[in-house]
Design a binder for this molecule. Structure first.
Ligand code: AMP
Length: 580
């Protein structure tokens, strides 16, 4: 593990991609078959492979307890070190080193031992046993090794490892084609397995396995119609952009599972969707969005809040916020058809459709016997139109808004499905009233009736160049009292440091912020500030690495400055006036 940790330091020390790849390739090529998959997975900043459902389940508080126990220092010392580095792994290394922590090198854990402890943490229940497993591991690790362990647990290596670099290093280490490595990575979602397949020259045997979620394809933002046509034209496909919860649906016979964007199984939260599709004769993988839907109308995103994170929702909640699944893509299917429903389809393979153009995938989607809402079911296919110029796009935007959807997704009908990428095959034209996704970095107690609860949030976007978080504003309206109360408990448990009324908190909670105007300003580290910011929604479905960046805010700012006509005119027509 020490070698792995040292390698990440060397990778961090160079900014040149070619040098990073060379360092990684030399290292991966030197490992044996037991170490290789573990090292590769850890290099993606994860204790377990991405498609794996497991998580070590350790937060700041547990890490802080374990480390400060080993170092015999008060917890504040770790908070202060974190303030200096803005990086938990470096703070941990610093605290252990300053405390003179120097365990017997003969006890130093190797990669397999660290992986075994991560697995034990996952199965241990409750923070106590998890913390004590970590405490024992840190006690055996020198400060540099501990830094590596915390990097993996923290989920963000911060060594400038762009996505795909590990794959490039695997290709180079074993002299395989990068394309083959990437394809195997997409299908298996397990970079460790891919490393082994590359080493043994068996990449072509990689298969898409049902009930192992694939990474989701993401969209790039676009500001105006002209740009969209220039980038994807001459003719583009236009779908409504639904404001719900992205979900991947896997089905084989009677087995149906839904996975969220962070690849967690969320079937239990939406049993009626799984029940609705179970009887159909079809096996494969769909991509789509879960929406609140009542009386043939889309419900606003906020209504889904009542269903998030709630397993086995009661009949009352299911009736209050009924949900449907809007399918917009199909990623795999069994062309021979299913087994008639209900039974086990054996080990029959599904065929991946990722490399097929969108137009071909849509034809497959149109042929699936989905139980649609017009027949009393819970499925829709995304609304699809074709546009060839800015005027048609603008009309489509207004129509999508009239159907109560957020905006448009513009897609290139020839584009493949690229899991995990913000490809240029999909462009999103966001809602007329712009919002940005930010992460909460600080909270304060409120005033008046909000006295005693943590209701004022300071939030940040990410600086693309340094990867650090930079503040952009502060808001204290938009959430319900119940939301504020439950978030208060959460923030108390995830406080990094206290400064009077203000608490610096772990940057995990993503909030969607609405505002009236965006201006350049020195008041916040991002260089921007927002006029009348308000919290539109807590986005528990989003991870902090998905928030807006200084670059995306700049693009939004410029778009709003220089006649983003499409957005402005559409908003003027379709957005009701704000209540005064
Ligand atoms: P954003 O969350 O603003 O970055 O926009 C991207 C998200 O839009 C995707 O992750 C999907 O959850 C959602 N989305 C809504 N409608 C569609 C659609 N028709 N096609 C693809 N993604 C969609």
């Amino acid at each position: 593990m020490r070698r792995w940790s040292d390698l990440t330091e060397r990778v961090a020390a160079t900014t040149r991609t070619s040098e990073k790849t060379a360092l990684l390739a030399a290292y991966l090529g030197s490992l044996d078959a037991d170490e290789l998959p573990l090292a590769a997975v850890f290099l993606t900043g994860r204790p377990f492979p991405e498609a794996d459902q497991r998580a070590a389940g350790l937060g700041w508080s547990a890490i802080s307890t374990a480390v400060t126990d080993v170092a015999h220092v008060p917890r504040q010392e770790l908070g202060q070190a974190y303030d200096r580095y803005s990086d938990l792994s470096l703070a941990v290394e610093d605290v252990l080193r300053a405390a003179g922590h120097a365990p017997d090198p003969g006890q130093a854990p190797d990669l397999a031992e660290v992986a075994a402890v991560f697995a034990a943490m996952e199965s241990a229940s409750g923070p106590g046993p998890k913390t004590s497993l970590l405490r024992d591991l840190i006690a055996r690790s020198d400060p540099e090794t501990a830094r590596g362990i915390i990097k993996v647990l923290g989920g963000d290596l911060r060594i400038g490892l762009r996505e795909g670099l590990v794959e490039a290093a695997i290709a180079r280490a074993f002299d395989r084609r990068l394309e083959d490595v990437k394809w195997a990575g997409m299908l298996t979602g397990d970079v460790g397995r891919v490393a082994i397949l590359a080493r043994d020259d068996r990449l072509s045997t990689a298969e898409l396995v049902l009930f192992h979620p694939l990474k989701f394809m993401l969209a790039s933002p676009a500001e105006d119609a002209g740009e969209v046509i220039r980038r994807l034209g001459p003719e583009v496909w236009v779908e409504d952009k639904y404001d719900g919860i992205r979900a991947q649906l896997h089905k084989r016979g009677a087995d149906v599972r839904l996975y969220s964007r962070d690849l967690h199984d969320i079937t239990g939260q939406f049993p009626e969707i799984a029940d609705a599709v179970r009887p159909i004769t079809w096996d494969g993988v769909l991509d789509g969005e879960i929406l609140g839907w009542k009386d043939e109308l889309v419900l606003p995103f906020i209504s889904l809040q009542a269903r998030l994170g709630r397993k086995d929702p009661s009949a009352r909640i299911q009736a209050e916020v009924p949900v449907i699944y809007v399918a917009f893509d199909v990623l795999a299917h069994d062309p021979a058809g299913a087994d008639g429903g209900g039974g086990v389809a054996g080990e029959r393979r599904v065929v991946p459709l990722l490399r097929e153009p969108l137009a071909a995938r849509r034809r497959v989607l149109d042929g699936i016997p989905l139980p649609t809402v017009d027949r009393g079911g819970r499925f829709l296919r995304s609304h699809l139109a074709v546009a060839a110029d800015a005027v048609a796009l603008e009309a489509a935007f207004a129509e999508a808004r009239a159907r109560r959807n957020e905006g448009l997704m513009v897609k290139d009908p020839t584009s493949p499905y690229t899991p995990g990428r913000r490809g240029l095959g999909w462009l999103k034209i966001k809602k007329a009233l712009a919002t940005i996704d930010c992460v909460v970095v600080g909270v304060e107690t409120g005033h008046g009736k909000r006295h005693g609860v943590l209701s004022d949030y300071t939030f940040a976007v990410r600086d693309d160049e340094t990867g650090s978080l930079v503040t952009i504003g502060k808001a204290y309206s938009g959430l319900t009292d119940a939301e504020i109360a439950s978030m208060t408990t959460w923030f108390e448990e995830h406080t990094i440091a206290r400064f009077g009324r203000y608490r610096q908190v772990e940057p995990i909670v993503v909030v969607e912020i609405a505002f009236d105007v965006i201006v350049r300003s020195r008041r916040h580290a991002s260089g921007f500030s927002l006029r009348f910011p308000r919290i539109k929604a807590l986005r528990h479905d989003k991870a902090p690495d998905e928030i807006d960046t200084v670059a995306s805010v700049t693009a939004l700012y410029e778009g709003l400055q220089h006649g983003a006509e499409l957005l402005v005119t559409a908003s003027a027509r379709t957005v009701p006036p704000k209540p005064t």
